[in-house]
Design a protein around this ligand. Structure first.
Ligand code: FE2
Ligand code: FE2
Length: 236
């Protein structure tokens, strides 16, 4: 199952001599992160500042929003170095992922999004920590502590909300509506793109392996920690 190791590429300029399908695969990943980090910040994190119920919650939400915009800035910067046209790194030029179609209305929903969607993002970034393209590996290493903070933010505020029966009911309701959107985030099983990512040492795991790992970790958070229910989802 281990593929032949690709010699690491140290800089964006070094990509010029790399195989075209390797470069294309990296461009896909960087473009996707640039677009989705920006769109997520616009539709979830920035609006959530107004939903946050206390000055303390607003302060932390501002920090989350700042970091998500920062992720876009970093991925965009790398994308420009790789020669990706600016327009392709904007939500107007490339369609964002379906997980952002959820119409955010409440603070409880935002806390659930951070609990679960940022966990999903952590899984994606985990694989990139070992990426054969060093600039992307370095970017993943910079991003990871911040994504962990976002997931912890979600866990802490969900835990706090679950201290009252009304809060528990609202968190459960948000999980019931948001969680079913997440398994698709990992892409199709048996994906040809993913096979290429693994062949070139860009990612380590298959989409279906990542999805299974996510379901286990989400279940531990929702059922073991919060003592709520994870909705049943159809196998992807
Ligand atoms: Fe992010
Ligand atoms: Fe995040």
């Amino acid at each position: 199952m281990t593929e032949a190791a690709m010699t690491p590429i140290e800089t964006a300029e070094g990509l010029k001599d790399a195989p075209a399908d390797y470069r294309d695969a990296l461009c896909k990943i960087v473009r996707s992160h640039a677009v989705n980090e920006l769109y997520g910040a616009q539709v979830f994190d920035e609006p959530a500042i107004a939903l946050a119920p206390t000055p303390y919650a607003k302060w932390l939400t501002c920090r989350v929003a700042m970091e998500e915009y920062g992720h876009h800035v970093r991925f965009r910067e790398l994308g420009l170095q790789m020669g990706i046209p600016e327009q392709q790194m904007q939500p107007s030029g490339k369609r964002p992922l379906s997980i952002f179609e959820f119409p955010l209305k409440t603070w409880e929903e935002f806390c659930v999004i951070k609990l679960l969607a940022d966990l999903a993002e952590i899984l994606q970034v985990e694989d990139l920590l070992h990426c054969s393209f060093r600039p992307l590996r370095n970017l993943a290493r910079m991003t990871m502590p911040e994504e962990r903070f976002h997931a912890q933010f979600g866990k802490d505020f969900c835990t706090e909300l679950c201290a009252t029966p009304e809060g528990r009911a609202k968190v459960q309701d948000a999980i019931d509506r948001y969680f079913p959107m997440l398994p698709a985030f990992f892409g199709r099983s048996g994906s040809a793109n993913n096979a290429l990512y693994r062949k070139y040492g860009i990612k380590l795991r298959k989409n279906e392996e990542m999805r299974a790992d996510f379901l286990d970790r989400a279940r531990a958070l929702v059922e073991d920690h919060l003592k709520l229910k994870l909705p049943e989802i159809a196998a992807a």
